[in-house]
Write a new protein. Structure first.
Length: 244
């Protein structure tokens, strides 16, 4: 399954912003982590990504960013700056998202990865249909809020906890700064922890092993073909190199 995903050349992402929303000033940062994560996992899709956001009619702080009490920017403008197609208004996001996603994915389902940003169990029929025609389906969601029905509609490996892209991005920055120099496993873990302390979100919070979170993270990077970990000297001196 991992190998098949690497060979897929198109990615469709649909963000149900009516269902999983942020303050407008947080969108760019959150999407920045997610974009880095997607490009690492699915490098063959970098040149062919269809991004869509479905937003309600703008009202209140959630949809506007203010400066001195005056609206500075909107959700729609922010998403469009990030190369999303943004749909905004009084409409049923579920129905439009479902129609648009099916239309996009049916063009070449065997080459397509679909990522749904939502926690709404009403999308299970959409995901079942996409899987039936051969699309590789993922969900990015708050794992403590996601509908049990929606969570059960994909394999555990295809469920992306909301903060996982942030954790992966920060730990990879540590690896890049090491530049392949030997490091003790414990030192690598401690450096990553210090980087993550600001937001107090760690690998064990987003699906990695609680017993050995940073070792499990490195194993995951190798399994995804993202990094190479070599033992320099037993028992715990290693070198870590990014493959891409």
């Amino acid at each position: 399954m991992v190998k098949a995903s690497k060979q897929r050349s198109k990615l469709v992402l649909a963000w149900d912003f009516q269902n999983l929303c942020l303050k407008v000033e947080d969108i760019e940062d959150e999407w920045g982590y997610m974009k880095e994560y997607i490009d690492l996992l699915f490098p063959a899709t970098v040149a062919n990504q269809v991004l869509k956001a479905y937003c309600p009619q703008p009202t209140g702080l959630t949809y506007f960013s203010f400066q001195n009490g005056v609206p500075k920017t909107t959700v729609k403008a922010t998403f469009e700056k990030l190369n999303f197609q943004s749909f905004e208004g009084y409409f049923d996001a579920d129905s439009q998202l479902t129609r648009d996603s099916l239309q996009e994915c049916m063009q070449s389902p065997e080459k397509t990865i679909f990522i749904l940003v939502s926690k709404d169990g009403d999308y299970i029929n959409l995901l079942k249909e996409l899987k039936r025609i051969g699309v590789d389906v993922y969900i990015w969601s708050e794992t403590d809020e996601i509908s049990d029905r929606l969570k059960a509609s994909v394999e555990d490996s295809n469920l992306i906890p909301w903060d996982k892209p942030y954790v992966v991005d920060q730990c990879i920055d540590v690896i890049k700064e090491l530049k392949g120099k030997p490091v003790k496993k414990g030192t690598f873990g401690q450096t990553c922890r210090e980087r993550l302390d600001e937001n107090e979100i760690y690998p064990q919070d987003v699906g990695f092993s609680r017993r050995n979170p940073y070792g499990n993270f490195l194993t995951w990077l190798e399994s995804q073909g993202i990094a190479e970990v070599k033992t320099v000297k037993e028992p715990d001196l290693i070198s870590i190199k990014m493959k891409r």
